[in-house]
Design a protein around this ligand. Structure first.
Ligand code: MN
Length: 255
């Protein structure tokens, strides 16, 4: 029999699944069996909804206590899902655009029809940014950048501690909503920057290596207005092996 807490959690997943359009059967089974929550893979592409919410690469409670379960559930199941849905709505009148990747759309916003440029900037940016964010996070570990990424952080940014200070500063000084980024310049050098709203470095000719969401929805339930505590906590759950691989794949394109 479900406990009251499990019943409440099951209700939560029902609500989220209605928005995300998936997850429920797996999550419901996991609740019953007391097993870890493993999101299902996304549905296959269809012509009326070319962009889909990709799987969360960890259970919603996997980043506790640094990112709380409820924030993960809402952030992924509602916010990210809404960006995907709104991107699909925006491009629905332009079937040719549905064949392109979201990264391609963001690289050349000027080429888009005037009536959807802002919607693609905000919602395509939101989709790409959150996908990259989830794939930059992992349960807490002691990992740090290694290999080519560690070397580049040393030569381009003065070392890991200097990078951490600069990135934290970028995250804390975003006014309003936005993201802190570790980006790759077109000349192959790393830089730290912050961008407003859902803007992505691709819009400015750079390649995103790591992005950290500093919109209030990313931390408010646990940290309220204290963004600094959230940014401090994030360093515990960064997936450095995945970020280093992204760097190595990206640098090939700039050589
Ligand atoms: Mn967000």
């Amino acid at each position: 029999m479900l406990t009251r807490r499990a019943a409440l959690r099951a209700f939560t997943f029902t609500t989220l699944a209605a928005v995300a359009g998936r997850w429920l059967p797996e999550s419901a089974r996991a609740e019953e069996n007391n097993a870890p929550l493993v999101p299902e893979p996304p549905p296959s592409h269809s012509s009326d909804a070319p962009f889909t919410l990709g799987p969360l690469p960890f259970a919603p409670d996997a980043l506790e206590p640094f990112i709380d379960t409820r924030t993960m559930e809402i952030h992924y199941g509602k916010h990210h899902a809404a960006y995907v849905n709104n991107l699909n709505k925006a491009i629905s009148a332009y079937p040719d655009l549905a064949k392109r990747s979201v990264q391609d759309l963001l690289r050349d916003l000027d080429a888009l029809p005037d009536d959807i440029r802002t919607a693609v900037r905000n919602n395509g940016g939101g989709h790409a940014n959150h996908t990259l964010f989830w794939n930059s996070l992992a349960p807490a570990s002691d990992t740090k950048p290694e290999g080519a990424l560690a070397k580049a952080i040393g030569s381009d940014l003065g070392g890991f501690d200097e990078f951490k200070d600069a990135f934290t500063r970028a995250a804390l000084t975003v006014f309003g909503s936005g993201w802190a980024w570790l980006s790759l310049n077109s000349d192959g050098a790393l830089l730290v920057e912050s961008l407003p709203n859902q803007d992505n470095p691709l819009m400015f000719g750079r390649t995103p290596i790591l992005g950290v969401d500093v919109w209030e929805h990313a931390y408010y339930l646990k940290y309220q207005n204290v963004r600094g505590e959230y940014v401090k906590a994030i360093w515990n759950v960064l997936n450095w092996p995945a970020i280093a691989t992204r760097y190595e794949d990206s640098i090939k394109g700039t050589i």
